[in-house]
Ligand binder design. Sequence first.
Ligand code: GDP
Ligand code: GDP
Length: 434
Amino acid sequence: MSAIVAIVGRPNVGKSTFFNRMIQRREAIVDAVSGVTRDRHYGKSDWNGKEFSLIDTGGYVLGSEDIFEKEIDKQVELAIDEADAIIFMVDVETGLTGMDEDVAKLLRRSAKPVFLAVNKVDNAQRNEDAVEFYALGLGDYYSLSSINGSGTGELLDDLVKVLPEFGDTEDQLPRFAVVGRPNAGKSSFINALIGEDRYIVTDIAGTTRDSIDTKYNRFGFEFNLVDTAGIRRKAKVKEDLEFYSVMRAVRAIENSDVCLLLLDATRGFDGQVENIFWLAQRNNKGIVILVNKWDLVEDKETNTIKHYTQKIKDAIEPFTDVPIIFMSVLTKQRIYKAIETAVAVYGNRSKKIPTRKFNDVMLPIIESYPPPAYKGKFVKIKFCTQLPTPYPQFAFFCNLPQYVREPYKRYLENKIREEFNFTGVPITIFMRKK
Ligand code: GDP
Ligand code: GDP
């Protein structure tokens, strides 16, 4: 898991320009591998070898031109709540505005590290103009130009210094995150799991100030629920902002091994649910899809589940090897099955296939259907192995790794899935030079 950095500020100051610059390099690679369009407001970045997640909060506010001030305040408060550090962006071209002052007021009260970024400082003249932002009372600022990248290095140098380090948690219990859109039934599900208080074994302070894991012993399984504190805290937020749920999902997903993605059966697997799904996939987390409120679906025929399943699979193509469970928290139907499946997915994610066995199975498969010749050259795969990573990654060693195309990698992935059970777990395949 990594620290979370939120970018706040009024519309048009250049938040998304900065954001795109920061995540471009990495996301381009991820997109090429998964073939999936990314959520444009959340991504991974790194600086000086330190990785962090970056959130462009502006992306979650609608009607950015005539935005209500109240809306921005809320966005800033949530960022203060959830992020480890905040980049507050202002615009030297427009100069200091009342809205900037309001945001600064909120930020001054928070204990989180705040980095004031004066953007659009494209030339020396504007560098002088930037001094007016001292008036915000946030101390020194960073002059930068998101468009040409100047000045961003100084900001990032200081930013990564304050980000918390996340070591591996010594606790070996599966860590489950319950995620989904507002009203999918997440709190109800967790309450059903909690049952009576006696099921809670201990409260363990999480790796961050805000996240509290709670250890459960339920249905004969022991596991940690991630970020349940956050979900309980939700009661305080009256309007269920999509932004808030995304932000919390980001945090919970990063902390987890397996994501239990809940959706409301009557609303379906829509774009927002899909975003959360790909978030979990990109983070290499195990995934179980729980279609909740199945009790509300009327006229269930023999094929209803089949059709529903197919619709979801179409949406999550090509990563379709994911368990889908139809449940009802209300009637307690298949709640046990949900947890049992999550435990199985956890097992798949931590599975290590001995190299000898992996070669014995995969090399004959490769021999019977080798990579197609590319530019007249033949690729010979000689050896393969699972890498010693916390989630399944495989390396195939060959003479011309750059000539192995995406379809063949997908073929290898499908064969791995057929031969060894990796249901619910994203797989990465690397071709390496031997
Ligand atoms: P957001 O609403 O805060 O996400 O702002 P955008 O990133 O969409 O940028 C708003 C406008 O400012 C766009 O037209 C950008 O091209 C422009 N912009 C962003 N960064 C800079 C910069 O460093 N210099 C200049 N001159 N323009 C910029
Ligand atoms: P959250 O926002 O995802 O935490 O959702 P909640 O747990 O607050 O649930 C939203 C609403 O859906 C509440 O009124 C719940 O009682 C209701 N709900 C949750 N699970 C079910 C279910 O399986 N069936 C039905 N009919 N209602 C449910």
